[in-house]
Design a protein around this ligand. Structure first.
Ligand SMILES: [Zn+2]
Length: 199
């Protein structure tokens, strides 16, 4: 059961790795913006929560914005609640992220804004943005698949040489289970008299 979970995790990770790599490549051609907006309020006071995901130029960021206004926004067609979802393409060069600190140059960042909306009485906007570089996401999602591939190669080589696939102990003189780590010996160990060619 635990093993199956591990295998599933590696596959999910491999799938994410492919998606993240594709998004990275895409981000240098076209930047994407996904925006989810929810307005709510009664007459006199409207509140919005806007969640935007932006991807482009090697980074992906999430912005959470809260708007509070006394004016009925055009986006809110009903008085009580309005939820909308939009996708837009922007030029990758529209990404103007600060690149002052080492972290920012590496592609990480965090920004918070809180300000009154210019020229609109009784309105305010608060936003916070976090972004991460795609290279970090590629590294993170690659760990599982790379470990699985390397582990498989190591176990295969140990098995071929008559060693315990789990710990590498020489099993030529053992049967039943590995005296070192207790792993059950499931396959016939090549006999010590005729060792397989070392590879
Ligand atoms: Zn062992």
């Amino acid at each position: 059961m635990k093993r199956r979970l591990k295998v599933a995790a590696v596959w999910v990770s491999a799938l994410l790795l492919m998606l993240v790599t594709a998004a990275t490549v895409r981000g240098f051609v076209v930047a994407d913006g996904l925006t989810w907006t929810a307005w709510e309020g009664e007459t006199g006071r409207y509140r919005a929560r806007v969640i935007s995901l932006r991807s482009g130029r090697g980074v992906v960021g999430v912005e959470i914005m809260r708007i509070s206004t006394t004016f009925k926004p055009t986006a809110a067609t009903t008085d009580d609640q309005e939820v909308s979802f939009a996708w837009q393409r922007v030029e990758p060069s529209d990404f103007h992220l600060p690149r002052e600190t080492l972290w920012q140059r590496a592609g990480f960042g965090r920004m918070t804004h809180a300000q009154p909306v210019a020229g609109v009485w009784g309105s305010s906007m608060r936003s916070s943005t976090v972004w991460v570089p795609y290279w970090a996401l590629i590294g993170l999602t690659a760990v599982g698949p790379v470990k699985a591939i390397v582990g498989r190669a190591v176990r295969h080589r140990r098995r071929k040489r008559g060693l315990c696939p789990r710990c590498g102990y020489d099993l030529h003189a053992s049967s039943g289970q590995c005296p070192e780590c207790g792993a059950p010996i499931t396959e016939t160990v090549p006999s010590a008299a005729a060792p397989p060619p070392r590879g």
